[in-house]
Ligand binder design. Structure first.
Ligand SMILES: *[C@@H]1O[C@H](CO)[C@@H](O)[C@H](O)[C@H]1NC(C)=O
Ligand SMILES: *[C@@H]1O[C@H](CO)[C@@H](O)[C@H](O)[C@H]1NC(C)=O
Length: 206
């Protein structure tokens, strides 16, 4: 009886160590997924909610936080942003009445700080770019000079995800099945107009 018991303990320990080593392996496989959900069309483009998910089990993005950049496919520019900001406005001199938030063709965007006024926040924004395992970080932007239909809106390309002391490589932008949302009262489903996904994987410590 006693030997059976100790045999079981050994078995348990062996399976436990197998479990932990495969867990450790899994932590190298995780990714950062960036998702663009187009929510509404505007007279000259669209409003999108962009969410970055940290699907890495053990790797946190710490202060001063993540940044992401991309290249517009056409002549798009950013009219306004909520929950994050472009690091450069660029040359918006061709606009006379309303001045865009950013006119650069390769914008870099950074999260806002936690002390951002509530009326300038959206859900999951404003954590100073800190992104812990399993969590998400979001911002909203209004894009102009863009297509205004599923047929004409162009995905941004050449994504980069930057984090302190970490190097990531992002794959291509993919047009995927539009995200379904459930309303707060759980009685109605809505859907994004279009959804674009980009997956970035950790390369090395920098
Ligand atoms: C990214 O990680 C998530 C969660 O582990 C996984 O479901 C997804 O397939 C991964 N994406 C890619 C492109 O590997
Ligand atoms: C796109 O990304 C979201 C968030 O990670 C995920 O839920 C969804 O399954 C992805 N779609 C595809 C086709 O990979």
């Amino acid at each position: 009886m006693e030997s059976l018991f100790s045999a079981m303990i050994v078995l348990l320990l062996v399976s436990f160590s197998c479990f932990t080593s495969s867990e450790a392996l899994g932590s190298n496989i995780g990714n950062i997924t960036i998702k663009w959900d187009l929510m509404t069309w505007t007279p000259d483009g669209y409003v999108a909610v962009v969410t970055a998910y940290n699907y890495q089990k053990q790797r946190s993005i710490t202060r001063p936080g993540w940044k992401m950049s991309w290249r517009w496919s056409k002549k798009e520019m950013i009219w306004s942003m909520v929950g994050a900001q472009a690091t450069e406005q660029g040359d918006c001199s061709m606009f006379k009445e309303f001045i865009p938030h950013s006119c650069v063709s390769k914008p870099t965007v950074a999260d806002l700080l936690p002390k951002t006024p509530y009326n300038q926040q959206i859900a999951n924004c404003c954590k100073g770019g800190v992104l812990k395992p399993g969590l998400e970080s979001a911002f909203q932007l209004s894009v102009g000079n863009a297509g205004t239909s599923v047929k004409t809106a162009r995905m941004p390309v050449n994504f980069m995800f930057m984090a302190p002391n970490q190097q990531y490589t992002c794959g291509p932008s993919k047009n995927v099945r539009p995200t379904r949302f459930i309303t707060a009262d759980k009685r109605r489903m809505t859907s994004a107009l279009m959804t674009w996904n980009i997956t970035c994987v950790f390369e090395k410590s920098a």
